[in-house]
Design a protein around this ligand. Sequence first.
Ligand code: ZN
Length: 393
Amino acid sequence: MRTLLALTVGFALGSPLGHAPRAETPAAPAAVKPTALVGEVLFPPRPVLGSDGLQHLVYELQLSNVTAERVQLKRIGIFGDDDKEPLAVLDGTEIARRFSPAGRRGNESAELGGYQYGIGFLHVALPVGRTVPQRLRHEVEAWFDQFKADATMQFGPVALASSAPPVLGPPLRGDGYIAGDGCCDSTRHVRALLPLNGGFRLAQRFAIDWEKLGADGRLVKGDRKQVGNYHIYGEPILAVADGTIVDTRNDLPDQVPGALPDGLPISEADGNFAVLDIGGAFVLYAHMKPGSVRVRTGDRVRRGDVIGEVGNTGNSSEPHLHLHVMDGPSPLLADGLPYVFDAFTVKAIDRAGTADFDRAAETGSPVSLTPLVPPLAIRNALPLDLSVVEWGQ
Ligand SMILES: [Zn+2]
């Protein structure tokens, strides 16, 4: 295989940069090499223990093509620390599912045009027994039209965030709650990368849309246009930790279920909501029932206090509780943090995925559940996508 450097005439620097190492200098400066792709991890990856017993890393890798012509991404290897073996490898097919030019969800492709950038939405589940690495490196192999050649490039290392996820109590009471659009390979929350105030933000990275199943596995009974027919509608919403309310809204009407509202301003996306400062992290509860929000800015709450009820306000197509944790008080202008619940039981999983869950929501038919026998009692983990949960106390 021809190497890129032999071909990167357009990228060659006129003379080597840097200075001759001084005699006393222990470390020589890194060799200067032109690069045809620029790679950067957007936010420090934060590991989280999932309800499958594995540690998960969910983060975004930006790659910018600084050549004038098309690049075809062929392989991305993800390495921990100084490992020789990768933690994960994405082939071209998987890259085409996870990589989005300009970071636009639904626009996935393994190709970048000349002078174009894209965002890879990456997920690594660490193998059982593998300790969480402190750093990640990326190795990207790509075809460059400009050079008529493949090249392999290294990016990183990037340090993982060292803080542990916040430990939360239950946000709801009882049984039959299903974790919609949850971690780590569904796309609506995990890829909700937004360009805001001059930068990218991904506040919803670990968000869950909680809905509730009846005994028959349906989300709703009767007319699907009536909010009150959804099993979760009006359920009490609980403070997940002691803290202080820093923002709320309580005046928006319920939407008619069945479709997302048209033309909603971004300021109304969360509907009626509460933001709870739990010390070092903030919890967003969104889409609450009109008039149900019982807390006001400045109120101190205790874990388990009822703060409102589940509704269908804001950018919502059926009653649900959207919950996420973030590093600042703004529901969108923040980085989404992983979190764990201290006690819950997983009784079943919809292994048929988001399409099955969407079908159940759109038709009123039951979701396709795979029961866990016996149910799995879990402590201090994040419920993964489409787990059916009974809350502990
Ligand atoms: Zn949501």
